[in-house]
Design a protein around this ligand. Sequence first.
Ligand code: PMP
Length: 360
Amino acid sequence: MSRAYNFCAGPATLPEAVLNQAREEMLDWRGTGMSVMEMSHRSDEFVQIAETAERDFRELAGVSDDYAVLFMQGGASSQFATIPLNLLPEGGSADYVNTGIWSKKAIAEAKRYGDVNVAASAETSGFSEIPDQASWQTRADAAYLHYTPNETIGGLEYDFIPDSGSVPLVADMSSTILSRPMDFSKFGLVYAGAQKNIGPSGLVVVAIRKDLLGKARSNTPTMMNYQVIADNGSMYNTPATYSWYLAGLVFQWLKAQGGVTAMAAVNERKAKKLYGFIDGNDFYANPIKPRFRSWMNVPFTLADESLNGEFLKGADARGLLNLKGHRSVGGMRASIYNAMPEAGVDALIDYMTEFAKERG
Ligand code: PMP
């Protein structure tokens, strides 16, 4: 059986080498006579797996000891509530930037906990560009400034890290984490659902500056209290052990590829190739201002939308899967995360070329 090229936005394709290693280790992890899935999370073996994964993540992402790294559950969406519960005091306010569907969801959830100021919105440009930071209406007394560096659905990505002054900067890095180097010291809190560049869904990796711990509201559920999770090494309850292990395998794979600097070079090349092709062909279009085009999620439309079904059917037949755009926007979307090989992008471009020639 040959593997397809899976362009799904998440759960997304994983490195084949990682899947092979997981298969080899499935029944007997290094002579323990059991799968990682069956191990006690308190065992020396699992603690070693967990600590290695955290160390590798810190090394890859450049996260210093000033931050706690947490392996939590409930996906990135649960963080939409966890963040205000921990960082937004009763009666306080927080700033959010609206750049698309994921930031809107974060805003809607935060509004349940306090005064949320939408400091800027990409709505006026039809979500085709990031509003210039000079126009943002931020507040100096905000508890934090939240933004979404990469909008997975819209394919809109910041090409800068906002300057939040002394206000802690909070970033939903679900679909961009580990895709390129980032200056982590600029952030108060970063979170990322795992199912794109890290591993299986459900797991969410959080890095929080230690001075922001211990501020949770008294009614914060224990499992959502960063201080509790940090104090217990992300093992206050039974963590998502197998997902954590797989994340660790992905981190090792990333290190073997040369880390995020090497990944960034490949990711930029893959994205430039695909956008270059789209721009050079009248049959396809992408609506995002070039500067803010996502390296990870490439939405595109066909000149004749009535051919969408046929396009997808032909793609499926070639093993180019999950190219259908999000139900809210239609069209197509190719997600080309770290684990998507360049050959997958080449195969997609070959197919798009042929389809446009035949049907365009
Ligand atoms: N934020 C972003 C930017 C996302 O892309 C996603 C998932 N696609 C989420 C949040 C929600 O993640 P989860 O499904 O893990 O809750």
